[in-house]
Design a protein around this ligand. Structure first.
Ligand code: HEC
Ligand code: HEC
Length: 247
């Protein structure tokens, strides 16, 4: 009996470690992901290269993502960028005179096309997702961009105070959702950022996005150091809200 208890105890302890046994994450990445995602870098260096990008760069995944999120998302991928990776392809910039504005009620930058449809993305089994997450977490070429960067959890803000920073003070809301369907379409949804991204990545990226992605249209926003800490604490707090419709 004692042995049985010990055995079942060991099974519980060891099974997560074995969850990805037999799967080669690096091989899956090369075979099933490299056709769309850049696994080698560098990020696009010209506007022309930027507009050719159809899927987010993954070559610095280990500097960016939280492993737990990767494992979940790879099993059940849902949309992160409401207008797709390349918003220009999904925004209708036809002048208002040529548009049925009565119907849309809006004049410029009307979303159309397939962006509101659910994301079609390869889905992985739990074992494959674990193995791929391990391989992705090993990709850390941008270590120097996060070295010495640290979240100061004492710079707390309420949801209301954070929203004022994101909306009124720094205008991040013009490009990012902070609730499903609320905010601008051209960036990634920020209400899940705290779950998806490492705090150090957020601090470094928000300070100088162009260090990570030289041609990205997110501006280097001159966010004050204190506000930077507050914004990232806010994003972590925000991601704990239950939005249900986060897909
Ligand atoms: C047909 C092209 C295509 C293939 C193949 C593909 N992806 Fe993707 N992937 C995308 C697109 C497009 C997105 C962006 C989704 C969004 O932002 O809504 C994405 C998003 C992601 C993200 C989130 C990245 C971020 O920065 O937010 C991860 C992680 C990811 N894919 C991993 C993988 C892995 C692992 C594989 C292989 C098993 C894979 N993808 C295969 C097109 C692809
Ligand atoms: C002009 C539009 C624009 C503005 C303004 C803007 N961003 Fe962004 N932001 C983007 C784009 C585009 C990306 C890259 C998304 C991607 O990886 O495809 C991005 C990426 C990010 C990321 C990384 C997100 C991820 O999912 O990988 C964070 C965090 C972020 N922005 C926060 C902010 C904050 C905070 C502000 C205000 C201080 C801000 N942004 C202002 C467009 C913008």
């Amino acid at each position: 009996m004692k042995h049985l208890i010990l055995l079942s105890f060991l099974a519980v302890v060891i099974s997560p470690a074995l969850a990805s046994a037999g799967e080669d994450g690096g091989k899956i990445l090369r075979a099933q992901c490299a056709s769309c995602h850049d696994l080698k870098g560098p990020a696009p260096q010209t506007i022309r290269e930027l507009w050719k990008r159809d899927a987010p760069d993954l070559f610095y995944a280990g500097n960016k993502f939280r492993r737990e999120w990767l494992v979940q998302w790879l099993q059940k991928p849902i949309r992160i960028r409401p207008a797709g990776v390349n918003y220009l392809r999904n925004i209708n910039s036809t002048p208002p005179s040529n548009q049925n504005t009565k119907k849309t009620g809006r004049k410029y930058d009307v979303l159309w096309g397939s962006v509101t449809k659910p994301l079609k993305h390869v889905k992985l089994s739990r074992a494959k997702a674990e193995a791929v997450a391990d391989a992705l977490m090993g990709l850390k070429p941008h270590y120097s961009l996060v070295a010495g960067v640290k979240l100061d959890a004492s710079k707390k803000v309420s949801l209301d105070q954070g929203e004022v920073l994101i909306d009124k003070v720094y205008g991040c809301l013009s490009c990012h959702f902070i609730e499903p369907g609320y905010g601008g379409y051209t960036g990634s949804e920020l209400y899940t950022a705290g779950k998806r991204l490492q705090p150090e990545f957020m601090l470094s990226y928000i300070k100088r996005p162009k260090n990570w992605d030289p041609k990205i249209w997110m501006p280097n926003g001159n966010v004050k150091p204190d506000d930077l800490q507050k914004i990232v604490n806010y994003l972590i707090l925000l991601s704990k809200e239950d939005f249900n419709a986060s897909n």
